[in-house]
Design a protein around this ligand. Structure first.
Ligand SMILES: *Cc1c(COP(=O)(O)O)cnc(C)c1O
Length: 419
């Protein structure tokens, strides 16, 4: 009996810290402090231990019968998490002004599905930005359509057309800015305000900017979705997603994820927390490098257009400057004329850029992308640009020295010309 009633106190000395985040702290400070609670670390260590646990023990039958408060941050059963996962979701909540809570998902795609399934039911209509992440489009056809949910795609830069798409059954809007592959920045406050006026829930895939670069809820969105796989993980070694929401939607999100049995492993949560601590610094570095490389690319004769909202003069730069507080290393560029084979010569000649999906890691990546394939409400290349200039290369700039990356790209262009 004795061991059941004795608790861990006494094993770990408690060093209570009085530091707490306040609204005055700046982003770099916030990421180092967020989610750190003495009750999860004992106050003696910096990061919560990896609590690998399915079973959580109760003191006795009376304790079990009473159950435990079914809230976040309460031991109950492994599917509801333990301090490792709670610390990560608390950290993400603290970083998102206006959030009441954050639900973690096994991937970014699972987070998007979790948000959509929380809000939508049979007969509802969903609007999706035409430049959304391609698996979001697939989800509309493969997951939502069979459930009796209709999806309509809209041009995120054409506000009157978007407004005209709303009907009495429009229940949710899925936004993304900058858009995947072609990086269009849209007027999120305007799009979210229209959704609200029409009684629809607005959700944004905020993976590109993260909360450090775009405060989604403060700009009118109801839910902020992230693939933690990208910037938060930051080391290309884990898959995870999150949805943060205010008090209106957080409880429903949490219930739906529990019903669906979503849980993330404590090992992965610990990796994500570790990544989060350096995220501000990594984003700062990759943004500065990306800007330098984008500027260099803009002056190349082989490049028709650089699609990098952080670059002055690039499409979307003005809105980016108005609404965003940061960028990242992901951007694209359009080749002047060129051919699929020439683009492959360019990419294959690169030595420092890995060829692979995903982004936001410490290492630079390159992929050939074909935006035309994943569009229905807009066209690629955009009307007004030369239809010959349609081949796109996407770069994810990592933490290497940008001068080395530029030299690598120079080698790529030489190989492209060399045939
Ligand atoms: C990668 C990505 C996702 C999906 O994340 P996964 O963890 O790979 O499922 C969602 N949205 C955007 C914009 C992404 O780039």
């Amino acid at each position: 009996m004795g061991h059941r009633s004795s608790h861990a106190q006494g094993i770990v000395p408690r060093y209570r810290r009085s530091r707490r985040l306040s609204r005055e702290h700046r982003p770099a400070t916030r990421v180092t402090e967020a989610g750190r609670r003495d009750e999860w670390t004992g106050g003696a260590v910096v990061s919560p231990p990896v609590w690998r646990a399915s079973t959580h023990l109760y003191a006795d039958c009376a304790d079990l019968a009473k159950g435990r408060p079914n809230e976040d941050g309460q031991f109950y059963y492994g599917r509801r998490g333990s301090p490792t996962q709670w610390a990560l979701s608390a950290a993400l909540t603290e970083l998102e002004p206006g959030a009441a809570g954050t639900v973690l998902y096994p991937s970014g795609v699972a987070a998007i599905a979790g948000a959509l399934l929380t809000v939508l039911k049979q007969g509802d209509v969903l609007l999706i930005s035409d430049n959304a992440y391609e698996p979001s489009r697939t989800m509309a056809a493969q997951l939502l359509a069979p459930l009796g949910i209709t999806t309509r795609f809209f041009d995120p830069l054409d506000i009157p057309a978007y407004q005209a798409l709303f009907c009495d059954n429009t229940r949710a809007v899925l936004l993304e800015s900058p858009g995947s592959l072609t990086m269009e920045v849209c007027d999120i406050p305007a799009l979210a305000a229209i959704a609200r006026e029409r009684g629809a829930v607005s959700m944004i895939d905020n993976t590109w900017a993260s909360q450090l670069g775009f405060a989604a809820l403060s700009h009118g969105c109801d839910m902020s979705i992230m693939a933690l796989t990208k910037h938060v993980g930051g080391h290309s070694d884990l898959m995870m997603g999150s949805v943060s929401a205010g008090p209106e939607w957080y409880p429903a999100l949490r219930i739906k994820s529990q019903v669906l049995g979503h849980v993330v492993s404590p090992d992965d949560a610990a990796l994500a927390l570790r990544g989060l601590r350096t995220m501000a610094l990594r984003l700062q570095h990759s943004t500065a490098s990306a800007l330098q490389i984008a500027g260099w690319l803009a002056a190349r004769p082989e490049v028709a257009q650089v699609l990098c909202p952080m670059l002055p003069g690039a499409p979307g730069h003005d809105l980016w400057q108005r609404d965003f507080t940061g960028g990242c290393g992901l951007f694209s560029f359009v080749l002047k004329g060129s051919s699929v084979a020439a683009r492959a010569r360019l990419i294959d000649a690169l030595e420092l850029f890995g060829i692979g999906y995903s982004w936001g890691g410490f290492e630079s990546l390159v992929t050939p992308v074909d935006p035309a394939r994943a569009r229905s409400a807009t066209v690629w290349p955009s009307i007004g640009t030369d239809p010959q200039d349609r081949l796109v290369v996407r770069l994810s700039i990592g933490l290497e020295d940008p001068a080395d990356l530029i030299a690598d790209l120079e080698r790529g262009f030489a190989a492209m010309a060399g045939a």
